[in-house]
Write a protein that binds this ligand. Structure first.
Ligand SMILES: [Zn+2]
Length: 64
């Protein structure tokens, strides 16, 4: 079984309704996305469930 690319993992991940439909990831997948983004993204544990979300601080500043 081959390992899925981080982007594929993200697009296939279940969505978290409490977090505006963000992809709900396992910690390993979230960390892989952060590494692939070269630090542009940050990983944060979901406050509502057992999983992790990745955030883009640049594009999300305006909506917070
Ligand atoms: Zn969430």
């Amino acid at each position: 079984m081959t390992e899925l690319a981080p982007g594929t993992v993200y697009s296939q991940a279940p969505r978290c309704a409490e977090c505006a439909g963000r992809a709900l990831l396992v910690e390993q997948a979230a960390t892989a996305l952060v590494e692939e983004s070269l630090g542009r993204l940050t990983a944060r544990r979901c406050p509502h469930g057992d999983g992790w979300h990745v955030h883009d601080p640049v594009t999300e500043t305006a909506s917070q």
